[in-house]
Design a protein around this ligand. Sequence first.
Ligand SMILES: Nc1ncnc2c1ncn2[C@@H]1O[C@H](COP(=O)(O)OP(=O)(O)OP(=O)(O)O)[C@@H](O)[C@H]1O
Ligand SMILES: [Mg+2]
Length: 507
Amino acid sequence: MNAQPFTYQQLQALHDIAGDLATPGEFHEALQRALNRMSDQLGVRRGMISIYLRDIEELRTIVANNMTEEETDRARFAPGEGITGRVLREGRAIIVPRIAEEPAFLNRSGTRNKDANPEMSFICVPICFGAEVVGTLSADFTALGEADLQREQALLEAIAHLIASRVERRRMIEENKRLKELESTDGNSIIIGSSDAVKHVRQMIAQVADSRTTVLLTGETGTGKGLVARAIHRASPRRDQPFVHLNCGAIPEHLVESELFGHEKGAFTGAVANREGRFEVAGSGTIFLDEINSLPSQAQVKLLKVIQDRQFERVGATRSIHTNARIITATNRELEKEVEEGRFRADLFYRLNVFPILIPPLRNRGADIMLLTDHFIARYAEEMGRKVERIDTPAIDLLMAYHWPGNVRELENAIERAVLLSEGGVITTRCLPPSLQMKSMEERAGTRGRLEQLVAAYEMGLIKDALKDAGGNQTKAAQLLETTKRIIQYKIAKYDIEYRNFRKSGR
Ligand SMILES: Nc1ncnc2c1ncn2[C@@H]1O[C@H](COP(=O)(O)OP(=O)(O)OP(=O)(O)O)[C@@H](O)[C@H]1O
Ligand SMILES: [Mg+2]
């Protein structure tokens, strides 16, 4: 049977609801207004809007009409549970022509006992954004014929589209808020950097934070994987729950399972008492498994099971323990290669690799080196109670030219040392570790005579420093270097130095 065409009254209601939802204002209020219109103008007996909370994987009713607050609060569904949960999972509408005849009908809110009218129809439609189901819209009607039911379904679907953009808008606003927090300058978990790579990493953190999604962090040693893991936790709704960090590579193989899952007294030699594992400690917080590539194969099997069933047993125990922890893993090895070579389970890899974040090496993020340097100078100067006013140009050149195999950690260590060695408030090349000087000399020696290159680099640095101190004034710079203006001009041209950049307003 074909659906009936919309009536004028229904079109009018759709128009009004669209207007309500497009009006700026509080999220819940806007949705409530839409439901009220559905009951006033469309004869809906009871309407319900439920939103999927990705974080706890639960569909929760956030506004309803003709229901008390308590009844609304009871209307929660796991994906697949009852009619509403099924609509969420399957992403398509379900019509129940007669509630009384439908065994899958849960009556979760308990409201159907009150007016035990069996002659009710129920329609539930998904609220979709793109391919993703973000919630459900459901409504009770006084029993309708089949053609009417189909028309009501089409109407609800139209309203669900309107609601979807409002839900999505709110999510974008929240994502932006998280992004702002990540960029703000408080706390020492802030991720410094203005390179596109770091911006992208911050965006991904903001995107993934509010879900339970497993995140895999990859990047060379010292690129900031630990920092990013903590940032995800802090930006998530779990921020007040524990953050548990376990380095899988740092524990003897035979103790890994007991460390992760705990053990019962007597489970193995040395297990003298019951002990809870890191998963239990994490509770509903975040568990960060570092160097996941070194997880022994037995433990890999168990971890896979935890991800699939959210359950585990302590070593030596039979009782299963439920976990709601979010899992973040990290590796500085290429995990795909470990899989290819049979050292890491493919099925586990796919489970961990749902949301990969790659942190590029520091040498590819030139723009960040200076920002990080300034940041670490400020931090260590304060910590050591030393005054560091500047870092001279030759030292900057060395920092920029170096290839940083130890990435940000190596830079941090170099700066800590440099602050300690600084004299007269200035960090010079002599304050930097020998490894930097060696490397840059090797690189420079490649092309032309080594001495000539070194001297030129040194001379250029001296001139730039003098220009900086002289605010770009060539005569003054010449005086500082005890030479003539003519020589300074000649060298500026020879080294192609932009002396205007050193004027006070520039720089
Ligand atoms: N973008 C950044 N902004 C500020 N500090 C950073 C940044 N990236 C890294 N760091 C700092 O550098 C140090 C090393 O970072 P971290 O320990 O997170 O690296 P990692 O990738 O976990 O290294 P590994 O693989 O060796 O464990 C830390 O002190 C961290 O705070
Ligand atoms: Mg680390």
